[in-house]
Design a protein around this ligand. Structure first.
Ligand SMILES: Cc1ncc(C[n+]2csc(CCOP(=O)(O)OP(=O)(O)O)c2C)c(N)n1
Length: 619
């Protein structure tokens, strides 16, 4: 009797050997995928991370590792947040995912020879793949370059610019569109509607997965399954309609079920052997394998903090005495939208993180999620302001980097009353290098006259926001991740442009800082003067002048690089001909690897203890 082959499970507690995947059967690949998903769930529950995207892309990544030689062939994952299975298959452990000394949450060249490019910001993969393909051909080398990009990342301008070039580009790449019909939350815009034509529905994917399982179980049905698939594909290729991609001159393969290894391998086969660039449209189910994430419409499971696997509840207990900074500004926006029917709010694809997604439903005509379109969002705001509607542009500090030119060229140059609400200022924490919120202050300060403010607590946030409602010029309001003490009701304490506050009067040393860390300084030091520079620009010259009698002035900034606020104050003191000694503890202009806020501040020599040491050395 023929011995039945027993299929093994995969012990992913020890590093996976990348070569082992090559000999696996389709049934074994399915089991491997299941085991990888389980490992991803366990490690995201422990460390937090981009759970839903990574679960949805697991089968696709397993198929890529099985078909291609990913040491030689170079795969670029757009953003990189979905590549956890790739990390596991290239022998890495997620045990300390996004923790100090653990693996990063994105592709990272220093981490593995299987990571050929890096990202964190979206929509760069096609351009990068094209550059790498041209370099390959100039070097007369032979390998595939593959860009894996999500449907929402594809809707960004950078990706479209790349596709526009790709149509006439002679150097072959493979683009895989991982279409799960989701962004962080709901996918938006007409590009998303366009994919609807090709998309396989969730229920169809589920049904097809069960059908596939049943049909593949026995030899005769297995044979019928493959035969009928081949006939279907033959006709599909002949009768598929002209579409955006084929009109651009690209070879387009659509309707691939991203959880069907057989279909994926066939599509990869066509693409690998095609003489020109190929775009493969793959439908996947975001969150696959974890029911809460599978059914998630809100975007909660896109990126999560540590949670209990069984209940899906976050491990951190809510604290009724505190409120997140995003929540503080979301509440202020809520009030403003309710009381002023000319207020418009714009956000590029981070509504969930900034806690303003519910406003989309309440004010569909005045609240816009423009998708991953940071440049467009800024100019859209400029257009509104130019026609006397004063918008709020809510955006993460790190993604504002994408809008640099639009803020400078459109908003600031025309002196338009747009208020930037800059979320996630400061240390990038788990996300690391690509997501630091520390560069915006310096680059905004390089532009003429845009006012920049940051509150130390909820009351001040209220005051600064109120100020924004009457200020008729460009204004940037910055706020960090994390939480602040919740107040029941803010008082109306009007502030003026450029106002600083002397929070505490002392002697010998004047400490100048801003933002929530001012509270820590007040807790730590009772004998020094502490100045809260609520406006990073314009600076309060009157207060600064009054500090010139001190022998020492110490500038402390943990929310921006030293080229920003610290340099501005230093130059102002120079103009005032200050005769004392100035010391600066501000963030160095570096890239900061993932870890906790404290670990990162420590790596920047910018903790309160570092400040304390500097102060002790002064005396
Ligand atoms: C330039 C930029 N803007 C915003 C983000 C935040 N972000 C990370 S993933 C993501 C959604 C990506 O959706 P999609 O490409 O469809 O991939 P999925 O997670 O659904 O697999 C967003 C908006 C980013 N990384 N880069």
């Amino acid at each position: 009797m023929k011995k039945k082959k027993t299929i093994k499970r995969f012990d992913l507690k020890t590093p996976f050997n990348p070569d082992d995947i090559k000999s696996l059967s389709e049934a074994e690949l399915e089991l491997l995928s299941e085991d990888i998903r389980e490992n991803i769930i366990i490690n995201c529950a422990k460390n937090g991370g981009h759970l839903a995207s990574s679960l949805g892309a697991t089968d696709l990544i397993v198929a890529l590792h099985h078909y291609f030689d990913l040491l030689k062939d170079k795969v670029i994952f757009d953003v990189g947040h979905q590549c956890y299975a790739h990390k596991i298959l290239s022998g890495r452990s997620l045990d300390k995912l996004r923790k100090k000394d653990g693996v990063s949450g994105y592709q990272k060249r220093a981490e593995s020879i299987y990571d050929h490019y890096e990202a964190g910001h979206s929509s760069t993969s096609i351009s990068a793949a094209m550059g790498m393909a041209l370099a390959r051909d100039l070097h007369q080398e032979d390998y595939q370059v593959i860009a894996v990009i999500g449907d929402s990342s594809l809707s960004n301008g950078v990706a479209f610019e790349a596709l526009n070039n790709l149509g006439t580009f002679k150097h072959k790449i493979i683009v895989i569109i991982n279409d799960n019909n989701r962004s962080i939350g709901k996918a938006v815009g007409s590009a998303n509607n366009y994919f609807e034509k090709f998309r396989l529905s969730k229920s169809y994917l589920k049904l097809r997965s069960s059908y596939r399982k049943v049909m593949k179980k026995y030899a005769p049905t297995r044979w019928f399954y493959y035969f009928s698939s081949a006939i279907k594909n033959f006709f599909k290729r002949r009768f598929v309609r002209k579409n955006l991609f084929s009109n651009m001159g690209l070879y387009f393969i659509s309707n691939i079920d991203g959880h069907d290894f057989h279909a994926l391998q066939r599509a990869f086969g066509y693409a690998a052997n095609a003489p020109t660039s190929v775009v493969i449209h793959v439908t996947t189910h975001k969150g696959k394998g974890y029911p809460y994430a599978e059914d998630d419409e809100s975007g909660h499971w896109h990126g999560v903090d540590p949670f209990d696997i069984k209940s899906g509840k976050p491990l951190a207990k809510p604290n009724s005495n505190s409120i997140s900074w995003s929540g503080v500004y979301a509440d202020l926006l809520k009030e403003k939208l309710a009381n002023d029917d000319k207020t418009v709010l714009i956000n590029p694809a981070t509504m969930v993180g900034s806690k303003i997604d519910d406003l989309l439903i309440t004010y569909p005509d005045r609240v816009y999620d423009v998708g991953i379109s940071e440049e467009h969002g800024a100019i859209f705001a400029a257009g509104l302001a130019n026609n006397n509607v004063y918008p709020y542009y809510s955006i993460y500090s790190t993604f504002l980097q994408r809008s640099y030119d639009e803020v400078l060229h459109d908003i600031v140059r025309m002196d338009l009353p747009v208020t930037l609400l800059i979320d996630r200022v400061g240390m990038p924490e788990d996300d690391g290098e690509t997501h630091a919120g520390i560069y915006d202050a310096a680059f905004l300060l390089s532009m003429p006259h845009i006012a920049i403010a940051m509150a130390k607590d909820q009351q001040e946030a209220h005051d600064i926001f109120k100020f924004s409602t009457t200020y008729k010029h460009p204004l940037a309001i910055r706020y960090p991740r994390g939480y602040t003490v919740k107040i029941t009701k803010a008082k109306d304490e009007p502030i003026t442009l450029g106002q600083w506050k002397v929070e505490q009067k002392g002697k010998d040393i004047a400490l100048v800082s801003y933002g929530p860390v001012v509270n820590d300084l007040l807790n730590k030091y009772s004998t020094y003067t502490i100045v809260n520079a609520m406006f990073i620009r314009p600076i309060d010259e009157k207060v600064l002048k009054s500090l010139c009698t001190y022998p020492y002035i110490v500038i402390y900034d943990i929310y921006g690089t030293k080229e920003g606020f610290a340099s501005t104050v230093l130059m102002a003191l120079n103009e005032l001909d200050y005769k004392g000694k100035v010391k600066i503890k501000a963030l160095p202009n570096i890239f900061i690897t993932h870890g906790t806020e404290q670990e990162q501040l420590s790596a920047c020599y910018c903790t309160i203890e570092d400040l304390d040491e500097l102060i002790r050395e002064l005396k």
